[in-house]
Every structure is written in structure tokens, then in C-alpha cells.
Design a protein around this ligand. Structure first.
Ligand code: NIG
Ligand code: FE
Length: 417
């Protein structure tokens, strides 16, 4: 008899998403690799076998087993775009939007990202850590097992390094994997309002080199938009980040189609995010260069807009689509990938299977981690969620409460309903 640390047995529907160590495109996004009445064998936090209950259970002696009670079992959600480190919340802006003000109007009148800057700069690092820790901890019951987290509310060298130290400490202390991104190009801080070149100079000559040297961030991200960094400015800043060893991601074409997706392709960014206003040329460029389109329908929803990204056109054109929450204090205070899946299906007409693929293996690929997470197969990390539903099709259909009943990270149960 073979030995196992843990067997999860009696999985009614096991969504493996097997056969992919990279992002899926086109019709492959619909292939969930379902095994009914299945078991997963785990040793030292890694999946070592997977198959039908009748084949697995008699072949193993295990220290511990979990009865999935015929429920739905799938890879933990990967959330590849979040801004969870901030001090003050901005529910006042939510009310302003209900009253008719737009996100850009609020930003240009002193709200928006700039209004988060002062409180982050002044915040005590320990307090910032505790607040962020509470927020990320709330993502665990929602089924998130890996997330990307950005800096970008300090916009000075010292405060960006403070945010990144917080993110790195969270990665060490919490059971989730947290991938750090330096987003010093999130906005022009108030003191550079009339001197954009001065801030770009600071980014290129001080912030990017110092953050690179600190080794606190894996990715660099920029908000490329008409009212923030334009295409030419973005190109220079992204090139500097690349020269300093960062991998690139972008906030691109969220509101206006200014060529953000095309720039992401030109700079070989791993992911271009938002894309609510992405042009046909942008879709083609992303497909040609293999840039992943990370779509954030929660943001469009929370901004009260209608311009959801054209997920169908992107998938039909062969672009790999991922989904993320964009959890942040301003445009989207949503921490649930389950709700994002509901929005992706209803508002972007993604199939349920495509939305699940976009939240697991494709989201993992958007973080270049598809070789380790995002599917359930031999050799992958045992990041697994159990959902209390009769079929995977309930995931977007039953919304507004939590469908997750257990979260397992690297073979360890980290949350139970
Ligand atoms: O992804 N678009 C830019 N950045 C964030 C918003 C951050 C904020 O408003 O605080 C986003 O939506
Ligand atoms: Fe964002």
C-alpha cells in the first residue's frame, strides 16, 4: 500500500483544469477536466495522485482524510490584481458616484488615488500591516489561495518601500501566497501635479532603482490612462522598470482607448488589466504577443459604468483572459472572486467554465505561476477549495453569500465553514 499525508475523497465533481501549465485560450477555456467521484492524494503539500475514489482509496494508507461529501472540489482562486494595503477607506466617493459624479471627476477634484496618499504616508507601518492583514484574511473564506498585491498609495520612495515591506511581511505571516508589485506609477502625487516630468524623473532615477535593489517586488505596474500616465510617459517608465529587472503589468485602456493594450504588447508585459475601452488593434496586439488580459468587472460594476471589457471578442480572438477583484479602497472594494465570476458571466457573457478557468489556471498564468498552481494534477501545489453546491454551474448562479465550505492551502486546511 502506498502512503499519503492526506486524501480528499468523495469529491462529487472534481474540476481539475488539468493539462495546462500555461494560460488557456479559445475553446480550451471551456475544458474543466471534470472527474466525478474522485480523490486527491497529497504528500508534503503537493498533489501526488488523483483519480476515481474506487481506484485511489484501496491503494493508499493515509494519515488523514477529508470527506468532501460529494461536493464540488476545485483549485483555490488566484486573484491576480489587488490593492489591499491602504489606510483610510473611501466610502464617501461611493456615495458621490451614486449622486452622479464620475470616477475621473472625483479624482480630478482631489479625491481618488491622491486622497489615499496622505494617510498612507503618515501611517505607522505596524498599523498599516494590521489593517492590510485583516483585509487579506477576509479573502480566505471567499476561496482565494493566492493573490497579487500592489503598492501605489505612497508615491514617495520611503512610503512605497513601507508598503512593499508590509506586503512582504504579509506573505511571510499569512498562509496565502502573495505576489508583490511595485506601483509607484499609480498617479502623479499632489506635489508633482504641475511637474509630471519631475515625478517621472524621480521614478526613473530614484524609486525604480531603489525598489529593485530592495528585492521587495517582483512586478512593476503603471496606470496608463488619459488623465494619468500617457502612452509616451508610460513607455519611458516601463522601459526603466524593465531595465531594472522588473516584470511588467499594466492598468491599460480602463476608461479611454489610448493604446494601453498595444503598449503592453510592445513592452511584453505579462498582463494588461481592466481593458474596458480596449480597441480591436489592442486585442490583436495582445493576442500576437501573448499578453494576458486580466479583466476586472467588479470595478466597472462599482463605478456604476456600463463599459465592461469585451471578453467574448478577446476569447474569440485567442487572447487568454484572466479575472481579478481589483480590491482597492476607491473603485472596487470587493474581495470575492465568486462575485467577480457572477459578473463575468452576466455582464461579459463568459461561460461558467471560462470564468472558472479565468479565475484559476489563467489567473495563475497572469502571475507566471501556472506551473505550480491553478490546476489540480500531479506535481502541483495542493491549493484546493470545496464548494457546497450540487454542480459547478451554481458558482455564478447562487450569488450574494459564500459557496465555499473549506479552503486548503499546500495541503493544510486553513478555513472551514
Ligand atoms: O485599478 N485604476 C487605477 N487604480 C485602481 C483604483 C485605485 C483607487 O481608486 O484607489 C484600479 O481601479
Ligand atoms: Fe487596480
Amino acid at each position: 500500500m502506498k502512503k499519503a499525508d492526506l486524501i480528499i475523497r468523495n469529491c462529487g465533481e472534481l474540476l481539475t483544469l488539468r493539462g495546462a501549465n500555461q494560460a488557456r485560450t479559445g475553446a480550451e477555456m471551456n475544458e474543466l477536466g471534470i472527474i466525478k467521484n474522485a480523490s486527491i492524494v497529497i504528500n508534503a503539500g503537493i498533489i501526488t495522485d488523483i483519480g476515481k475514489d474506487k481506484d485511489i482509496i484501496p491503494a493508499y494508507h493515509c494519515d488523514r482524510s477529508i470527506d468532501a461529501e460529494s461536493r464540488i472540489v476545485m483549485p483555490g482562486f488566484v486573484d491576480p490584481h489587488t490593492h489591499p494595503v491602504f489606510y483610510a477607506t473611501r466610502e464617501n466617493e461611493f456615495e458621490m458616484r451614486i449622486a452622479g459624479k464620475s470616477y475621473v471627476e472625483i479624482s480630478l477634484s482631489g479625491g481618488g488615488i491622491r486622497s489615499s496618499i496622505n494617510s498612507v504616508r503618515e501611517a505607522d507601518e505596524e498599523e498599516l500591516y494590521q489593517l492590510s492583514r485583516q483585509r487579506i484574511t477576509k479573502m480566505i473564506p471567499c476561496g482565494t489561495t493566492t493573490l497579487e498585491a500592489k503598492s501605489g498609495y505612497g508615491l514617495s520612495t520611503a512610503s512605497e518601500l513601507k508598503m512593499l515591506r508590509v506586503i512582504n511581511r504579509l506573505q511571510e505571516d499569512l498562509p496565502l501566497d502573495i505576489i508583490p508589485t511595485f506601483m509607484g506609477a499609480h498617479e502623479f502625487p499632489l506635489e508633482y501635479k504641475a511637474d509630471h516630468e519631475g515625478y517621472i524623473d524621480l521614478l526613473i532615477n530614484e524609486m525604480i532603482p531603489q525598489v529593485a535593489q530592495s528585492n521587495l517586488a517582483e512586478y512593476f505596474d503603471i496606470f496608463t490612462e488619459e488623465h494619468v500616465f500617457n502612452i509616451e510617459q508610460s513607455r519611458r517608465v516601463l522601459q526603466a522598470a524593465k531595465d531594472n529587472g522588473f516584470k511588467l503589468r499594466m492598468h491599460a485602456d480602463e476608461i479611454k482607448p489610448i493604446g494601453g493594450a498595444e503598449l503592453a504588447a510592445e513592452m511584453q508585459a505579462v498582463s494588461a488589466d481592466h481593458l474596458g475601452a480596449c480597441s480591436d488593434a489592442g486585442i490583436k496586439a495582445m493576442q500576437q504577443k501573448g499578453v494576458i488580459a486580466t479583466l476586472l468587472p467588479g470595478t466597472i460594476f462599482s463605478l456604476g459604468m456600463k463599459s465592461y471589457a469585451r471578453a467574448r471578442d478577446m476569447i474569440d480572438a485567442g487572447v487568454a483572459v484572466a479575472l481579478a477583484t481589483d480590491y482597492n479602497p476607491g473603485s472596487c472594494n470587493c474581495d470575492s472572486m465568486q462575485f467577480i465570476i457572477t459578473l463575468a458571466c452576466l455582464q461579459m457573457k463568459m461561460t461558467v467554465a471560462e470564468a472558472i478557468c479565468a479565475s484559476t489556471i489563467n489567473a495563475a498564468a497572469a502571475l507566471q505561476k501556472a506551473d505550480k498552481i491553478g490546476s489540480l494534477e500531479k506535481g502541483k501545489q495542493a491549493d484546493i477549495i470545496i464548494l457546497d453546491m450540487p454542480s459547478y454551474k451554481f458558482l455564478p448562479y447562487h450569488f450574494g453569500s459564500n459557496n465555499v465550505s473549506m479552503v486548503i492551502k499546500k495541503g493544510i486546511t486553513i478555513w472551514t465553514a
